[in-house]
Design a protein around this ligand. Structure first.
Ligand SMILES: [Zn+2]
Ligand SMILES: [Zn+2]
Length: 391
């Protein structure tokens, strides 16, 4: 089959690889009908996530048709079923899964020994996201093996298009969880740093969950206008002071809820000297992540507020203003998404036309064009916000 394969820094190719096969009784194989490039795939593309190996298949946002099931799937799936695959693989039986904490499933990471050493305790297996999270082949491919397939799926009813439901596997629940964990009150201002695909989903989620004011921060005009269309007041950080504007918009008190949809590769610019410091330290491998957004959120957040972090961080950050966070009594909430905790609710909201997540798609291409689309997405060329690939 054809698949997008990681060969090294900024080197992803569409290769011919062998088809996946059933390896465990609970496996299923799907024929991928749609998959997407996620913002967090760019961290792999830039080689900022450790434990990728040449030959790894990319992709953790995908859906398709079941073509084969293992003997242990026990009727939960059958050939011909149409499913979205959540990016977090989960067993459904361990203590964490029973508590709904699917992204820290205790059994789905098959490289548990390595992950235990690095993280202290392993987290769940993820598709196409390095050997620290299991080294599972991803879904930017014609076919995908789904481990623990009897639990790791979202069944899609007829009548909904791929484009409407594809993002149930990652960016929609990721934006949703980030807002849910802020415990939104009707008087809240939610400020969202980063208007990429997850930021866009978070904006719509905050509006749906009844925040009084949603403020979105970015610098790309196409992303800012998409944010505005979703109901946000926007701040262009290249043209105005984020901290001044946020204080102006909240009677000088700061937003109660601050959400980091940017993650480890914060924008670098001379007007924000700490970003130059982080970039320099990152280049000599003395810091793995660039936490400018986190520093800014801690500074501007209203005392007793919540900092919510759906953006991906991979390792060590420097110069964190812990004293400010502690004295202001801030709460930090973060984590990979417990996708299936939210899927029934979100699927209903799509079916009831409360939201159509396909608004975020700007580019659709073939799998063969995938390597070039990584460049287009990375450079935000041609007003690119979100790429969907059709294998
Ligand atoms: Zn993702
Ligand atoms: Zn589990």
């Amino acid at each position: 089959m054809k698949a997008l394969v990681w060969h090294g820094k900024e080197d992803i190719r569409c290769d011919r690889v062998s088809d996946p096969e059933i390896e465990e009784p609970r496996d299923a194989i799907i024929k991928v009908t749609s998959c997407a490039i996620c913002g967090s795939d760019l961290h792999l593309f830039h080689n900022f996530i450790p434990a990728m190996l040449p030959g790894d298949i990319m992709g953790h946002e995908m859906m398709g048709e079941v073509v084969e099931v293992g003997s242990g799937v026990n009727g939960h799936l059958k050939k011909g079923d149409r499913i979205v695959v959540p990016f977090t693989i989960f067993c459904g039986e361990c203590d964490q899964c029973k508590a709904g904490n699917y992204s820290v499933c205790e059994r789905s990471n098959r490289k548990k020994e390595m992950a235990d050493k690095v993280f202290g305790h392993a987290t769940a297996g993820l598709f196409g996201y390095s050997h620290l999270t299991g080294g599972y082949p991803g879904g930017q491919a014609e076919y995908l093996r789904v481990p623990f397939a009897d639990t790791t799926h979202i069944k899609i009813p007829d009548g909904l298009t791929d484009e409407q439901v594809l993002f149930l596997g990652d960016i929609f629940p990721t934006g949703w969880q980030a807002v849910k964990q802020c415990d939104i009150q009707p008087t809240d201002t939610v400020a969202i740093w980063g208007c990429g695909p997850v930021g866009q989903m978070a904006i719509r989620s905050a509006v749906l969950l009844g925040a009084e004011q949603v403020i979105a921060i970015d610098y790309l005009p196409e992303r800012l206008s998409m944010a505005e269309a979703g109901g946000a007041t926007t701040i262009n950080f290249k043209q105005e002071s984020v901290i001044e504007r946020l204080n102006d918009l909240t009677d000088g008190k700061g937003p109660e809820k601050c959400l980091d949809a940017t993650g480890m590769e914060s924008h670098v610019s001379f007007s924000q000297p700490d970003t130059i410091y982080d970039r320099a330290k990152q280049m000599v491998m003395m810091e793995s992540d660039r936490p400018h957004v986190l520093r800014e959120m801690i500074y501007v957040c209203r005392p007793a507020g919540v900092i919510s972090i759906p953006g991906v961080y991979s390792g060590l950050i420097d110069k964190m203003p812990m004293g400010i966070a502690m004295n202001k009594g801030l709460t930090f909430k973060m984590g990979q998404t417990h996708v299936n905790r939210w899927s029934d609710d979100l699927l209903n909201r799509i079916a009831e036309n409360q939201i159509d997540p396909s608004f975020v798609i700007t580019h659709t291409a073939s799998l063969e064009d995938g390597p070039e689309m990584y460049n287009v997405f990375r450079d935000k060329r041609d007003s690119c916000v979100k790429v969907v690939l059709k294998p």
